[in-house]
Design a protein around this ligand. Structure first.
Ligand SMILES: Cc1ncc(COP(=O)(O)O)c(C=O)c1O
Length: 425
């Protein structure tokens, strides 16, 4: 029979196996098992059956059709299961996993995020959300009275409040040009930014995808134009990251702040901050704790005690994305967009209020039911049909914001359209 001391010795030995010993359980096995359980596209007779099977990975309330992914995403079964397992592991030896025991795993998550966005892991900080990243960026600059920052009118509060709070109080001018609601081309949008630039412009802060009607802003073109004038570009990527293929190196912005709990399917309260190698030195941590003197991007994510299961869950979420493939997600996004638009176009009971052009809109569309107030339509849609989406009345939209993640099937869209028909009367 083992004594307490032999047990203790073997326990210490297994702990001394260190990260490698710890990783075989549970990180790799759980993540691998989860991914192996995913449906394979080759097993289905047609694409739509494959997407029906992907939908089963998500668990929504009975009777709910969730078209509100842009507000908050849902994690598939594989991610929930893995995150739960990390939580249980943490609870079995809290101090070990909180301080160092998961270092290697955390770095793997950073690498997976970096690979997904085609940048270096040394350019990725793992934080909590877009709002935090935008605060960190806006807080970092020692701007002078009269310096200018451009924030177009469709910026989300989380992308504009940080600039107002950290910079406007010092006499920095926030310039707010108006974007067209339904632009015809990227050039039209670039021109809005170009015309707002003066000799005092220091930074352009721009959404990748606006949350109001889902229009995609031409970040690459705006970055090229801004950089020629020595202006920095910070991007609010809350609605972009994971919706379609994004190569941040090619996009060319200086900073990109995103929430993994939307289009990246990660557990809640996990975010990603990209800071390009050449401009990273300009950023200061929002809070400082042990590690803040680290010379790498890790100095921007020092929280001391923080919940790591969700951060590791982001790794599982990227495994999920990679298994489905970003290419397939990207294509499906556009397929759903076209399917919805084809159903509504030409029907004078409805007005589509997002750009038609694929360069300018993707999985978020805006639909007005002519003659009805959007708040009432939203309410009726939920109460009578169990459909959840976000009403948007700003900028004269009066539109339902429909977000179509990969768990939305064509039959969900048919159901949405017949429900809207019934409401329109
Ligand atoms: C464009 C945009 N930016 C920022 C945010 C804020 O995201 P979070 O609360 O995850 O920081 C949102 C949330 O909906 C958003 O749509």
């Amino acid at each position: 029979m083992k004594t307490q001391s032999t047990n203790r010795r073997s326990f210490i030995r297994s702990s001394l196996l260190g990260v490698a010993g710890a990783t075989s359980l549970p990180f790799f096995s759980i993540a691998k098992e989860a991914v192996n359980a995913l449906p394979s596209v080759s097993a289905f007779a047609d694409d739509e059956s494959y997407w029906e099977a992907i939908k089963k990975q998500f668990q929504f309330d009975e009777g709910l059709t969730y078209l509100n992914h842009a507000s908050l995403g849902s994690s598939p079964h594989t991610v929930r299961k893995a995150t739960q397992a990390y939580m249980e592991t943490l609870e079995k030896f809290p101090s070990k996993y909180m301080w160092g025991g998961w270092e290697e795993e955390k770095e793997m998550v950073r690498s997976k995020v970096a690979e997904l966005f085609s940048v270096s892991p040394e350019e990725i900080a793992l934080n909590h959300n877009t709002s935090e990243g935008m605060n960190l960026i806006a807080r970092s600059f020692d701007l002078q009275p009269g310096d200018e920052i451009i924030l177009a009118n469709h910026e989300h509060a989380s992308g504009s409040i940080p600039w107002e709070f950290w910079q406007e109080t010092k006499g920095v001018k926030i310039v707010r040009p108006e974007l067209p609601l339904i632009p015809e081309s990227k050039d039209e949008v670039v021109a809005v930014y170009q015309q707002a630039i003066t000799s005092r412009t220091k930074i352009i802060s721009i959404c990748h995808v606006v949350n109001t009607n889902g229009m995609i802003l031409p970040v690459k073109e705006v970055s090229e134009m801004a950089h020629e004038k020595g202006i920095l570009v910070a991007v609010d990527g809350a609605q972009g990251a994971g919706m379609f293929k994004t190569n941040l190196a090619d996009l060319g912005c200086d900073f990109y702040s995103a929430s993994a709990h939307k289009w990246l399917f990660a557990p809640k309260e996990v975010g990603v901050l990209y800071a390009s190698k050449s401009k990273q030195h300009l950023l200061k941590p929002l809070m400082v704790a042990r590690g803040h003197k680290n010379e790498t991007i890790r100095r921007l994510e020092t929280y001391n005690t923080r919940s790591l299961p969700e951060v590791l869950g982001l790794g599982s979420a990227i495994d999920f994305i990679n298994e489905v493939t970003m290419e397939r997600i990207h294509n499906r996004t556009y397929e759903l967009k076209s399917y919805l638009r084809e159903k509504l176009e030409g029907n004078d009971k409805f007005r589509l209020k997002a750009p038609a052009n694929d360069d300018l809109s993707a999985a978020i569309q805006s639909v007005e039911v002519v003659g009805k107030k959007v708040g009432e339509v939203k309410q009726q849609l939920y109460e009578e049909f169990g459909i959840d989406c976000r009403p948007m009345s700003k900028f004269g939209l009066n539109g339902l914001r429909i977000s179509m993640s990969i768990y939305i099937t064509k039959s969900d869209i048919d159901y949405l359209v017949s429900s809207l028909e019934s409401i329109a009367g």
